[in-house]
Design a protein around this ligand. Structure first.
Ligand SMILES: C[C@](O)(CO)[C@H](O)COP(=O)(O)OP(=O)(O)OC[C@H]1O[C@@H](n2ccc(N)nc2=O)[C@H](O)[C@@H]1O
Ligand SMILES: Nc1ncnc2c1ncn2[C@@H]1O[C@H](COP(=O)(O)OP(=O)(O)OP(=O)(O)O)[C@@H](O)[C@H]1O
Length: 287
């Protein structure tokens, strides 16, 4: 019997700017972020199963393969909501570092919603997939369509904007685990001296000015994570010293990324970071 197999790519996201406006009554924070995707991706393979079950496997030994996996949760949600009685085996080829601030799990969840929509021929429009995704996590709706977007609300209200000018992105993840809930929990808006501007970042992108984009980068969550984990601050300083054009922490951290326009600089920055940080990636912006 021929088993139907389909594939989806789940790219990592970076936050070019992230501002937190205030804490809401539901415990989430109202944010303004501009997010885009980079060419560092997990690959998901979906195969039909004869039994009505969800089975997750992965080459990575360090992620949960049960109902704690966001891909499992996405599959269960779409099955329940659309009353699907078929089973699926999802194989996750993990490339995105875990708990890194790069939305690895969220992108896997989004890829699962897209993949199962195709595998089971459900014809769910993207907007409905995004609404489903919002039930799984704040970054999931953006990961459904990707591209570049302004995200507001708790991150689920999306306005697409053009892609930033193409460049290299160097990502470095220190060997620490950062809890997103903990970082938001410790955030105090009255301590923030300079808020990054979504409007100015959007304008920089619309102007396709790489220098302006670098100038408008900012993430207020750095105020929490850099104090809690000085190694993230050191990584940022090292990347600036090595010559990256714009350097920022992604999401709640701990990954730090540097934007670099000249290819000739990439190897030097990469090798300089590899001297003291094991997880370093040099990739292109996904445009
Ligand atoms: C830091 C970012 O990754 C930036 O893109 C996102 O804002 C967080 O997205 P995420 O990991 O998908 O977050 P979720 O899984 O929805 O939420 C994890 C926890 O982070 C906190 N949280 C998250 C998003 C938000 N706008 N306000 C919050 O306070 C909440 O305590 C929540 O329980
Ligand atoms: N498919 C998955 N891939 C990676 N982690 C997963 C997955 N499913 C569940 N997890 C769990 O989710 C937690 C967060 O992992 P993830 O890589 O999504 O974090 P993140 O990059 O910080 O996300 P975000 O940027 O959205 O906050 C980890 O503790 C991990 O064990």
């Amino acid at each position: 019997m021929n088993v139907l197999k389909i594939y989806e790519k789940a790219p990592a996201k970076i936050n070019l700017m992230l501002d937190v406006l205030h804490k809401r009554n539901d415990g989430f924070h109202e944010v303004e972020m501009i997010m885009t995707m980079v060419d560092l991706a997990d690959r998901l393979e979906f195969s039909e199963l004869p039994r009505d079950t969800i089975f997750i496997s992965s080459q990575a030994g360090y992620i949960p393969l049960d109902e704690k996996n966001l891909a499992f949760q996405a599959a269960r949600l779409i099955k329940e909501r659309y009353d699907v009685r078929s089973g699926v085996h999802i194989h996750l080829d993990k490339k995105i570092p875990v708990a890194a601030g790069l939305a690895g799990g969220s992108s896997d969840a989004a890829a699962t919603l897209r993949g199962l929509n195709r595998l089971w021929r459900l014809n769910i429009p993207d907007q409905e997939l995004q609404e489903l995704g919002a039930e799984l996590g704040s970054d999931v709706p953006f990961c459904i369509t990707g591209g570049t977007a302004l995200a507001t609300g708790r991150g689920e209200k999306l306005t697409p904007i053009p892609n930033p000018p193409q460049c290299w992105v160097i990502l470095a993840k220190p060997p620490i685990n950062v809890s997103t809930a903990d970082v938001y929990g410790r955030f105090r808006s009255d301590k923030i001296v300079r808020h990054p501007s979504a409007a100015k970042m959007e304008e920089a992108i619309r102007n396709q000015s790489f220098a302006e984009v670098c100038g408008q980068m900012g993430n207020v969550l750095e105020d929490v994570t850099l104090k809690l984990y000085p190694e993230v601050l050191h990584l940022k300083e090292a990347m600036i010293k090595l010559g990256a054009d714009g350097v920022l922490m992604s999401g709640s951290g701990p990954t730090v990324f540097g934007l670099v326009s000249k290819e000739s600089k990439v190897a030097r920055i990469y090798n300089g970071l590899r001297g003291f940080c094991k997880e370093v990636y040099a990739v292109r912006m996904l445009t």
